[in-house]
Ligand binder design. Structure first.
Ligand SMILES: Cc1ncc(COP(=O)(O)O)c(C=O)c1O
Ligand SMILES: Nc1c(O)cccc1C(=O)C[C@H](N)C(=O)O
Length: 397
């Protein structure tokens, strides 16, 4: 039984804040500062270069990968950590395309996060082999999986609306059509149970700074299905993915299994913060997280629709079809969100008009949902959003 009052106590959240933006950046785990401090003082400070061996820095990408694997339904040894999600999407897509050389279409949807589509376009240009990115509406994906598709590349949970794709069904459909799959789990890992092995996914990648709470700039992870791990082509053939990095061979030989998806030096200090964040997940049951997340999101929808009829639901109503976030539209969405943030309710805004609220049961409960809706009601009733400074867009929204 997961006790969410205990997990809540393991985060440091400022007083007076209701944090509904863990779908963009998770909060600070209370143990992170001490853990990072230890890496700085005891490991870097005292062990110096010896830390690569004695503090386990060099093997951390795999050991941390194994801890994430448990949370996304992947076997130990199939996940490795490093780089950014954009890089990991590129690597996964490149490897998937190389398995299907006779086909030229990468199929994705308009709900995908732009960086995934940009990286696909960049890869297509680099390869120069006549590939084409086909982007359809999310509802049209299944019907668009034809015999020209090399790779189906999707983000499981839509960053704007929270709409959830059926990973197992779409993967099966892609495989039946002779395509491979690449799944972006940015809004899935730590948000809902993911069954990478059971769904048959070929490749997946995700970030650790959202629901996993690894901190700003925390490294990404990549999953390679065990059946592909020793043959997948590592497009970014950096020395850390080499079979023997310290042999300093002139020629590249891909490392064993998922190790070949490593590129360069691991971000040791960021990995220390991520380790502290993953400690909170030890013993947490993803099924319990999912139940609590759906209950919180359902409560939020019910209260907002009852008390704030000027907002229009932009997320699926059925919890089973949604990630762990709820979005509403309002023509003055940006200003409304600034007014909320000023009053301690932190969500975010996605253009053109989406107010986005993430619900992470590890540190958010029903009382906070009720309090957040009461503040939202005040902001709308009093037109508290109607202030010139609330309309001036910041660089990062
Ligand atoms: C679905 C998705 N993919 C990728 C990214 C970004 O990846 P990166 O860590 O490279 O900035 C995000 C969010 O920033 C995202 O929501
Ligand atoms: N990665 C981010 C960043 O570096 C700055 C600000 C926001 C982000 C995000 O993660 C945004 C997020 N992927 C989204 O769903 O919009």
């Amino acid at each position: 039984m997961t006790d969410f009052t205990k997990t809540r106590a393991r985060f440091r959240l400022p007083d007076g804040v209701i944090y509904l933006d863990g779908n963009s950046l998770g909060p600070l785990p209370a143990a992170a500062a001490e853990r990072v401090g230890r890496t700085l003082e005891e490991e870097w400070g005292r062990q110096l270069i010896r830390g690569w061996n004695s503090a386990g820095w060099m093997t951390q990408p795999r050991s941390v990968g194994d801890r994430i694997a448990r949370l996304v339904g992947a076997p130990a040894g199939s996940v490795v950590v490093g780089d950014t999600l954009s890089i990991k999407v590129y690597q996964a897509l490149a490897a998937a395309l190389a398995f299907n050389p006779g086909r030229k279409v990468i199929l994705s949807d308009s709900g995908n996060f732009p960086t995934d589509l940009y990286m696909a376009e960049g890869l297509i240009a680099t390869l120069g082999q006549g590939h084409r990115l086909k982007v359809v509406e999310p509802e049209a994906v299944e019907g668009a999986i034809g015999d020209d598709v090399a790779v189906l590349m999707l983000t499981e949970v839509d960053y704007r609306t929270g709409r959830l794709h059926d990973m197992a069904a779409l993967t099966a459909r892609a495989h039946a059509a002779g395509a491979l799959t690449v799944w972006d789990l940015a809004h899935s890992a730590g948000a809902l149970p993911v069954d990478l092995l059971g769904s048959g996914a070929d490749f997946a990648a995700g970030c650790t700074y959202k629901y996993l709470n690894g901190g700003p700039g925390a490294p990404a992870f990549i999953y390679v299905a065990p059946r592909h791990a020793d043959t997948a082509l590592p497009a970014l053939s950096g020395w850390m993915g080499h079979e023997a990095p310290f042999a300093f061979d002139r020629s590249y030989r891909a490392g064993q299994g998922v190790e070949r998806m490593r590129v360069g030096t691991p971000p040791v200090i960021a990995l220390a913060a991520l380790e502290a964040a993953l400690d909170v997940w030890d013993g947490v049951d993803m099924a319990a997280v999912r139940r609590a997340s759906i209950a919180l999101c359902d409560l939020f929808i019910t209260l907002v629709e009852a008390e704030c009829p000027e907002l229009e639901l932009a997320s699926p109503r059925d919890g089973a079809c949604r990630g762990s976030q709820v979005s509403f539209r309002h023509p003055q969405g940006y200003a409304v969100m600034q007014a909320l943030i000023d009053r301690g309710v932190i969500g975010d805004f996605r253009a053109p008009d989406v107010l986005r609220f993430g619900f992470a049961p590890l540190y958010i409960g029903a009382d906070e949902v009720r309090a957040a809706v009461a503040v939202l009601r005040q902001v709308l009733d009093g037109r508290l959003w109607d202030r010139p400074d609330y309309h001036r867009k910041a660089a990062v929204t």
